[in-house]
Design a protein around this ligand. Structure first.
Ligand code: GLP
Length: 241
């Protein structure tokens, strides 16, 4: 695990340098796309480099990590809408090149199996961008998640619902109780994982991620077993290392 501690304004550039190097050698790369606020600096930089012609995602594909259950299509807080707004609409992905788990499917279990199938049919994820929750979750793999899990339905913890209420006008009751999420085993199949964390609120989770024992109680710690992880954090997030 490589840990890069850098001033926050440099984070977007560092992440996109990794994406650019991948696209240079593999223009058809498959990117794993996280939502949440942490990756936004990277998406802004990615959009800037696509728009000035330094990078192209025209032949690349993307898979998002997770989705709330039950938000209607087009709901501004659905992760599908968020990734469309923050990234897809601002770069040159081909139509349909970015997929996500379907939180509106009548058969959610089948949607999870289908999503795993789509990722593997695409050849797997080359570079997975990740954030981390304050309780050490990645995607929506909350504490206690099986370290070998695959895409499935999960119940969100009260902590995560409170953390994410800010996207729902501060109304925790509006945050769905369930989600579909790639599993820890799914994420571990990505060939390179780039995790971004900023701010003091993430310091405890970052300490566990980097220095803690591997445990389902801190799901991100499974990344210690991954052969190629880059952790990009600012000083406050690194405060407990
Ligand atoms: C959500 C997402 C995660 C994300 C986490 C942290 O729970 N499912 O993928 O990493 O929030 O989000 P943020 O980067 O906004 O702190």
């Amino acid at each position: 695990m490589e840990v890069i501690i850098t001033p926050a304004p440099a984070i977007g550039g560092l992440v996109v340098d990794q994406i650019g190097a991948l696209l240079d050698r593999k223009p058809t790369a498959v990117l794993g796309l996280a939502t949440g606020s942490s990756p936004l600096v990277a998406y802004e930089e990615l959009a800037a480099r696509v728009n000035d012609g330094r990078l192209s995602l025209a032949r690349a594909r993307g898979f998002t990590l997770d989705e709330y259950v039950g938000l209607p299509e087009g709901h501004p807080c659905s992760y599908r809408s968020v990734i469309d707004h923050e990234l897809v609409s601002r770069v040159d992905f081909a139509p349909g090149a970015v997929m996500g788990p379907d939180g509106t499917a009548p058969d959610l279990e089948a949607a999870c199996v289908q999503y795993e199938h789509e990722i593997s049919t695409a050849g797997g994820v080359d570079l997975q961008i990740l954030g981390i929750g304050t309780d050490g979750h990645i995607a929506f793999n909350e504490p206690g998640s099986s370290l070998a899990s695959r895409t499935r339905v999960k119940t969100l913890t009260d902590q995560t619902r409170r953390d994410n209420a800010r996207f729902f006008d501060g109304d925790v009751d509006a945050v769905p109780r369930h989600c579909l999420t790639q599993g820890l085993g799914t994420i571990m199949d990505a060939r390179h994982v780039v995790l971004v964390a900023t701010g003091r609120g993430k310091a405890a989770a970052v300490r566990q991620l980097v220095e803690g024992a591997v445990s389902a109680l801190w799901p991100a710690t499974i990344l210690q077993h991954h052969p190629h992880v880059t952790v990009v954090i600012d000083e406050p997030a690194a405060a407990q290392l």
